[in-house]
Ligand binder design. Structure first.
Ligand code: ATP
Ligand code: MG
Length: 223
C-alpha cells in the first residue's frame, strides 16, 4: 500500500475526469491513462483505524469474484491518502450499467436482458455471494454479453448458497430504486423470475417468487 500526500494526489488527479462526486467532494475519477480511482472517506466509527478498510475490502472482493469467474474490475493499487482517506485504483470494465443500458431498450429487448440478469443473480446466490450494494447502477453489461459488478466494498462470499432470507433481503436493496423496482417488480417480473429459476435451486426460486409477489402487492399499494 502506497501513501500519497496532497501534492502527490493532486499530481495523480491532473487531467482526470470526475465520474462521481457529492457535496463532500470527489468519489470516483477517471485518471488520464484511463484507470479509475475510487476514494473512500474516513467514517467516524473508523476514526482510530490507521488503514480504512473499504479499499482493501474492494480489492479482496474483486480478486475473489474474478477467481469465481465473475466479472469485476482489476485492482492495480491501494492508496492511503491524507486525512485517513483511502483509495483503490482499478482498470474499468468495458460496458454500461444495467440501469443505463435497459433504459435505452424497448420492452421486448429488455425482457430478454432482464431474464439473463435473473439467471446471473441466481448464480451469485447459489455461489454464496451476497452483494450488499446490489442495484442496477452497480451491475455492468459487458460487451461479451456477460455481467460485471462494481462498487465492491460491501460483499460477503460464503461457501454455501444463500439462505432464503438473505436472497429476499438482497432483492429488497434493489427495489428501493424506482427504475429498478419498476422493471423487476412491475414490467418484467415473470422474465426475471424465469431467469432466476434457470440457475437457482427450484425450492429457492419458488420461495423468492412468492416473496416477490408479496413485495409487489406492497409496492402497488404505495402508489
Ligand atoms: N469498473 C467500472 N467500469 C465502468 N464504469 C464504472 C466502473 N466503476 C465505476 N464506473 C462508473 O462510475 C460510476 C460510479 O461508480 P461506483 O458505483 O463505484 O461509485 P458510486 O456509485 O459513486 O459509489 P456508492 O454506490 O458507494 O455511492 C458507476 O455508476 C459507473 O457508471
Ligand atoms: Mg455505485
Amino acid at each position: 500500500m502506497k501513501s500519497l500526500n496532497n501534492q502527490e494526489l493532486a499530481t495523480l488527479l491532473q487531467g482526470a475526469k470526475t465520474i462521481e462526486a457529492d457535496g463532500s467532494g470527489l468519489k470516483v475519477a477517471q485518471l488520464e491513462g484511463g484507470d479509475f480511482l475510487k476514494l473512500f472517506r474516513r467514517r467516524r466509527w473508523l476514526s482510530t483505524a490507521l488503514w480504512a478498510p473499504p479499499a482493501r475490502r474492494f480489492a479482496d472482493n474483486a480478486r475473489n469474484l474474478l477467481a469465481l469467474g465473475i466479472g469485476a474490475p482489476k485492482v492495480t493499487e491501494l492508496l492511503q491518502l491524507p486525512q485517513r482517506q483511502s483509495a483503490v485504483r482499478y482498470q474499468p470494465l468495458p460496458g454500461q450499467t444495467l440501469r443505463a443500458h435497459w433504459a435505452a431498450l424497448n420492452a421486448i429487448q429488455r425482457a430478454e436482458q432482464v431474464e439473463q440478469f435473473g439467471a446471473f443473480l441466481g448464480l451469485l446466490h447459489e455461489k454464496g455471494l451476497y452483494f450488499r450494494s446490489l442495484h442496477l447502477g452497480n451491475v455492468l453489461r459487458l460487451p461479451d454479453d456477460g455481467f460485471g459488478l462494481i462498487d465492491l466494498s460491501d460483499m460477503f462470499i460464503s461457501a454455501r448458497a444463500l439462505t432464503d432470507g438473505k436472497r429476499q433481503r438482497n432483492l429488497k436493496h434493489m427495489l428501493r430504486y424506482a427504475d429498478d423496482a419498476n422493471w423487476l417488480l412491475q414490467q418484467h417480473q415473470a422474465d426475471w423470475l424465469n431467469g432466476y429459476a434457470q440457475t437457482a435451486s427450484k425450492q429457492a426460486a419458488d420461495k423468492l417468487a412468492r416473496a416477490l409477489h408479496k413485495m409487489q402487492a406492497v409496492h402497488s399499494g404505495d402508489n
